[in-house]
Write a new protein. Structure first.
Length: 114
């Protein structure tokens, strides 16, 4: 049974749960529990692959790049799992990462990847 310094993290859209200590970020706790509930990328906030939405519960965040989480998204509960510390049990949704469209120029012609 979790103690007061450990919280249950329930990933509703993956039907999985794992425990996370208050001094540990969600992504690392999930990996240590050998769970596969959140997509893993760089583990440092630089790629956005671990983007989740917190549906219920209290948490604290480290600083997050606006390239991956806008102010509006943060107000809606979107965070990066590698930057979040739980303060209570949480209910979250995983799988919110969407790669940004890449664009490049080739001989002066701008193309957008599909």
């Amino acid at each position: 049974m979790p103690d007061q310094n450990t919280h249950l993290i329930r990933v509703v859209n993956r039907d999985q749960s794992f425990s996370c200590a208050t001094d540990q970020v969600l992504l690392i706790a999930m990996e240590r529990m050998c769970a596969n509930a959140i997509n893993v990328g760089c583990r440092g906030g630089g790629c956005g692959v671990c983007k989740i939405r917190i549906l219920r519960g209290e948490y604290e965040c480290k600083r997050m790049s606006k390239a991956h989480i806008s102010d509006a998204e943060q107000q809606q509960g979107f965070v990066l799992a590698c930057r979040v510390f739980p303060r209570t049990d949480l209910e979250i949704e995983a799988d919110h990462y969407q790669p940004q469209e890449l664009s490049y120029t080739n001989k002066g012609v701008r193309k957008t990847a599909s």
